[in-house]
Design a protein around this ligand. Structure first.
Ligand SMILES: C[S@@+](CC[C@H](N)C(=O)[O-])C[C@H]1O[C@@H](n2cnc3c(N)ncnc32)[C@H](O)[C@@H]1O
Length: 217
């Protein structure tokens, strides 16, 4: 049986909140962490863009935390149509450099959907203001055992074996993973001075990259 390739279509947009809760480990924790990082930067009215902003969950949390200079970019018209809208929302499948530079670029759970990842990261780097940071969460390439741990997370949230199998098939060639090392090397080569892992859960890793001061013990 052939299954329809995964798309961020109307059905995905309507169900996105449940999908995120059931299928993305540490979803809320990473959003909270993102806001905490931005607060700690201590910038006055930072310009923030959320890449792959989907229905605007992160933008809404940023707004609630008091941030007002907010941008969201997503390639899906269906997701944007259902988005929290107190932000400048852009529909594009390339990074909106023309609206930059940005103090903070958030790319949580999105670059793994973008085949031209290196080109996209180059555009992000060009668009980051001096002293700015990138917060990046990706599903990374992993072995069978680590993937099983991820599926256990889904199972614990009531996702059935059939749903897990179908989603895996639907995502083939749509969500593509690269090793964590690829990101670490790539970001350093792009000139990010500090690249740090700030969260990890099974096969999902959150990196903080920017011109930050590195403290040694
Ligand atoms: C898993 S969701 C991201 C969740 C979101 N960051 C959050 O915090 O709720 C992935 C999003 O990336 C978007 N996307 C996929 N390819 C894209 C591209 N080339 N440019 C911008 N957005 C893209 C999808 O439409 C989808 O809304």
């Amino acid at each position: 049986m052939t299954v329809k390739k995964w798309e961020f279509d109307q059905a995905a947009a309507e169900n996105f909140a449940a999908i995120a809760r059931r299928e993305i480990p540490d979803y809320q924790r990473v959003i909270d962490l993102t806001i905490n990082i931005i607060r700690k930067l201590g910038l006055a009215n930072p310009k923030i863009i959320d890449v792959g902003s989907a229905i605007g969950t992160t933008l809404q949390a940023l707004y609630a935390a008091g941030f007002r200079n907010l941008y969201g970019v997503d390639s899906s018209a269906e997701m944007l149509a259902r988005s929290f809208d107190k932000a400048t929302l852009l529909q594009s499948n390339t990074f909106p450099e023309d609206h930059g530079p940005y103090d903070v670029i958030i790319a949580n759970w999105v670059l793994h959907f973008i085949p031209e990842r290196e080109t996209y990261l180059q555009a992000i780097r060009r668009s980051l203001a001096p002293g700015g940071v990138l917060i990046l969460t990706e599903k990374v390439a992993a072995g069978e055992l680590a993937n099983e741990l991820y599926y256990d997370f889904k199972r614990a949230n009531g996702v059935s074996e059939a749903e897990i199998a179908i989603k895996k098939q639907r995502l083939q060639g749509v969500l593509t993973t690269l090793p964590l090392e690829w990101y670490l090397v790539q970001l350093r080569e792009l000139g990010f001075r500090a690249v740090e892992v700030v969260n990890a859960n099974t096969v999902f890793v959150t990196l903080l990259a920017g011109a930050l001061h590195v403290e040694h013990d």
